[in-house]
Write a protein of this length. Sequence first.
Length: 218
Amino acid sequence: MKNLKIIKVSHDQAYRLICENLHYCKTKNPTVVGAKYHHNIPYNSVSNAIKHGILSIEELYKLKGKTLTPEQKIKYSREGGHINGVDEISLASMDIDFNNLYRNERVFNPYSLYSADILISDQIKAYRITEHYANEYLTGNKILPEHFKAIDIRLLKYFKERQSLTEIEEGVNNYNCLLEFVFTLVNEGLNIPIREMSEEGFALDKQKVLELPKIQLK
């Protein structure tokens, strides 16, 4: 993104400005149809997912022209404790029967304050695995942007509940990453809704997001 305006603000001013900016971009929240799965992803990785899809660890290394070492394959394998291994992608679904959960089964909450939440089509072939969470699914195929039904953020709720200087800095970084991945969406010609789902829930007008300035903390 070239020639993007930057506004310097104090930590105390950051939330107010971000709140104003997001509400400036507010538009009607679309109904999302055909979404079953959630995939949480760091804000700074969303642009890459928009360009290349959601990839397994093995595919991410290949994209960078690298190969996993035998030691890394062990480290990232499911036997090594990694939730989705080297060649699969972990998804969560709230479309399960919560009345049939065992007493010790945990449910993964995909409505993250820390990550972007990509809603994935129900057309993805995935199988349920309850090794870590009762609502966990794995797929062995990379998930292309054509299967993204929406990208949800919860920045407003994040700022209401996170008050330390470090947390505010992280929130500002996530806001700046939002501007980057909206630019990527527009540049790629993809019509994937961006929704701010903290409380009332509203979509963001991408063209208005492109007008927003980046924020730098004083």
